[in-house]
Design a binder for this molecule. Structure first.
Ligand code: LMR
Length: 332
C-alpha cells in the first residue's frame, strides 16, 4: 500500500467513525389514545426503553399517549400516510383499515378468560388476521392485552331491560353496534378522547371499557353504577407502516423485533393485574356503586348477547368463527 493509499484509507475510517458518532437517530413516532398508566401505555414505554437500549441510541422512540397527536380515526390515516410510524389501536378499530374480521374479538362472551383469548391471538388465527393487513401497507407486529369490559351508566344495569333506550358510547365496530342494539340500547360511535366529557354532559348515558380505561380516564367519576359484566374483551394489535419498517436497516429491525417481543410479554403479564388494581381503586373511591351479576342475571344477559354471534357471523366469516370456536372450545 502506498503512503497516499494509507492516508486515504485513514481519512475514510475517521469520516466513518465521525458520521456514526454524529448520525441523527432514526425517530419512530408511536401514537396511542390511552393514559400512560395503563397496560398499553406502560408497554409502549417499556418498548421505548428496550428499543433505545438495544439499538445503542440509533433509534429514538417518541411515544405520544392520550390522543396527544391523533384521535382514533386520524391515527390510522396518519399511519398510512407515514406521519406516524407505530400504533396499537384496539382490535375494534380495524374495520376502517379494510379488515373487518378483527371484530371477532368484540363478540360478546366469546372468551371466558385470557387463556381462551390467547389460543386465538397466539395461534394460527391471530397470525392469519395480522397477515391480512399487509396488502393495506401495514404490518401487524404483536397483540397486546388489555382486559374484559364492564358496563357503566347512571342507572343500575342488572338486566338487559335496564339498557332500553340508553345512549351507549361504543368504538367503531359493527359487532359492538349489534351488541348494544341487542340490549335495546342506542349505540353512539365516539372517539375515546371525547368519552369523559360526553358522559359528564349527558351526550351519552353510559359506556363499556376495561377497568384500566374507566379508571385512568376518570369515567367512574361521572357514572353512578358499574356492572362487572366481563361481557367482552378489549385488546390491541401493534401495527407499523410496512414501507417504513421494511426500509429500516436489517440489524436495527432485528433489534426492534426483539424489543417488541419482550414488550409484548410485559404487556400481557401486567394487563390482568393492572385491571384488577384499577377496579379496586374505583371501588375505594366510593364514587360509583359496583354491581356483580347473579348467575341468573348473567344468564339473562347471555340470551340476547349470544344471538349477536349468529347475526354477525357473515361479517366475521362463518368459517373463521367456527375456527375460533374450535380453538377455544366455545360452547353456547
Ligand atoms: C376505546 O376507544 O374505548 C379504546 O379502544 C381505547 C383504547 O385504546 O384502549
Amino acid at each position: 500500500m502506498t503512503r497516499k493509499m494509507i492516508l486515504t484509507w485513514a481519512a475514510v475510517v475517521v469520516l466513518a467513525v465521525a458520521s456514526t458518532a454524529t448520525a441523527e437517530p432514526i425517530v419512530i413516532k408511536f401514537s396511542h389514545v390511552v393514559a400512560v398508566d395503563t397496560p398499553k401505555g406502560q408497554a409502549a414505554e417499556y418498548f421505548k426503553k428496550l428499543a433505545e437500549e438495544r439499538t445503542n441510541g440509533a433509534v429514538k422512540i417518541e411515544v405520544y399517549p392520550n390522543s396527544q397527536l391523533y384521535k382514533d380515526k386520524e391515527e390510522v390515516e396518519a399511519l398510512q400516510m407515514g406521519s406516524v410510524h407505530m400504533l396499537a389501536p384496539s382490535l375494534a378499530k380495524f374495520a376502517p383499515l379494510g379488515v373487518k374480521e378483527f371484530e371477532l374479538y368484540d363478540l360478546p362472551y366469546i372468551f371466558n378468560n385470557y387463556e381462551e383469548l390467547h389460543k386465538v391471538t397466539n395461534g394460527p388465527i391471530g397470525k392469519k388476521l395480522l397477515a391480512k393487513l399487509e396488502p393495506k401497507g401495514i404490518l401487524g407486529l404483536a397483540y397486546w392485552d388489555n382486559g374484559f369490559k364492564v358496563m357503566s351508566a347512571n342507572k343500575p344495569l342488572r338486566m338487559p331491560a335496564d339498557f332500553r333506550g340508553l345512549k351507549m358510547r361504543i368504538q367503531s365496530s359493527k359487532i359492538l353496534d349489534a351488541q348494544m342494539r341487542a340490549l335495546g340500547a342506542i349505540p353512539q360511535v365516539m372517539a375515546f378522547s371525547e368519552v369523559y366529557q360526553a358522559l359528564q354532559t349527558g351526550v351519552v348515558d353510559g359506556t363499556e371499557n376495561p377497568p384500566s380505561n374507566l379508571y385512568t380516564q376518570k369515567m367512574y367519576e361521572v357514572q353512578k353504577y358499574i356492572t362487572l359484566s366481563d361481557h367482552g374483551y378489549l385488546g390491541y394489535a401493534v401495527i407499523v407502516n410496512k414501507k417504513f419498517w421494511e426500509g429500516l436497516p436489517a440489524d436495527i429491525r432485528t433489534q426492534l423485533e426483539s424489543a417488541m417481543a419482550d414488550a409484548t410479554q410485559f404487556a400481557n403479564d401486567i394487563a390482568k393485574k393492572k385491571n384488577e388494581e384499577d377496579m379496586d381503586a374505583v371501588k375505594q373511591s366510593g364514587k360509583s356503586e359496583i354491581i356483580s351479576l347473579t348467575p341468573e342475571e348473567l344468564a339473562a344477559w347471555k340470551v340476547p348477547l349470544l344471538k349477536v354471534h349468529d347475526k354477525m357471523a357473515d361479517r366475521i366469516g362463518a368459517d373463521l368463527l367456527q375456527e375460533v370456536y374450535q380453538a377455544t372450545g366455545f360452547k353456547k
